[in-house]
Ligand binder design. Structure first.
Ligand code: Z5A
Length: 213
């Protein structure tokens, strides 16, 4: 059986990942692929419990090291319990965030050294996505969108604008360093244009995979 492929969606606050996730899932299903959708932090009972802890504003005293380790604890569980078994079954896995988010948020945002994150990656989650769609939007625009949804900000959403500027810069650096894996989507555009660009990127990737099987 052919191993499945691993696709991830990344982006800053309010970039539109949750909205576009369904577009990607639907497109893959139209291509006749079995798709498993998941998210980080989360995606397992353990990971969802970790998510509740890391996003809870009551834990404002959480230090950057604890935050980084918790992200990787949830990731280790997700890889073993969900992602690897699904890929082995030949299913395609679509995840709302993965390790790039740790480089962007804990690395760029919190200033954790890249090498420390790379060590954790080598230890618990060597798996690399086959394709990563980065929804890139200017920080003020993304924050305005996220704010318009209403509701209380979680522990990370409550960070200041300069934190999200560093997150965005880290994402863009990663995309520039790995152009074969990343597709950067202009998420500042109207939603129908973002969805069209997303579908085009997914179609092009599925075409290349089909040519090689
Ligand atoms: N995190 C971390 O720090 N380290 C890690 O390793 C990992 C995660 C894995 C939870 O992630 C938090 O965990 C996240 C990073 C951290 N913290 N933050 N901030 P999450 O993905 O669950 O949460 P999120 O980033 O806060 O997602 P979000 O705010 O829900 O953003 P989104 O999913 O990208 O946006 P959306 O809900 O699809 O869209 C926002 C609104 O904008 C909504 O009303 C849409 O209708 C609207 N929208 C979307 N696109 C458009 C366009 N193109 N035009 C106009 N309006 C639009």
């Amino acid at each position: 059986m052919t191993r499945g492929r691993f696709l991830t969606l990344e982006g800053g606050e309010g970039a539109g990942k949750s909205t576009v996730l369904e577009t990607v899932r639907a497109r893959l299903a139209e291509c006749g692929l079995d798709v498993v959708v998941t998210r980080e932090p989360g995606g397992t009972a353990f990971g969802e419990a970790v998510r509740a802890i890391v996003l809870d504003p009551a834990h404002r005293a959480m230090c950057a090291e604890s935050e980084l380790l918790l992200m990787f604890a949830a990731r280790a569980q997700l890889v073993r319990e969900v992602i690897e078994p699904a890929l082995a079954r030949g299913h395609w896995v679509l995840s709302d965030r993965f390790t790039d988010a740790s480089y962007a948020y804990q690395g760029g945002g919190r200033g954790q050294p890249q090498e420390r994150i790379a060590d954790l990656e080598r230890w618990v989650a060597t798996l690399r996505p086959d394709l990563t769609l980065l929804l890139d939007v200017p920080v003020t625009q993304g924050l305005a969108r996220a704010g318009s949804r209403g509701g209380a900000a979680d522990r990370i959403e409550g960070e200041k604008e300069d934190f999200f500027e560093r997150v965005r810069a880290a994402y863009r650096q990663r995309a520039a360093a790995e152009p074969a894996r990343f597709r950067v989507i202009d998420a500042a555009a109207p939603l129908d244009a973002v969805q069209a660009a997303t579908r085009a990127a997914v179609d092009a990737y599925v075409d290349t995979v089909e040519k090689h099987v």
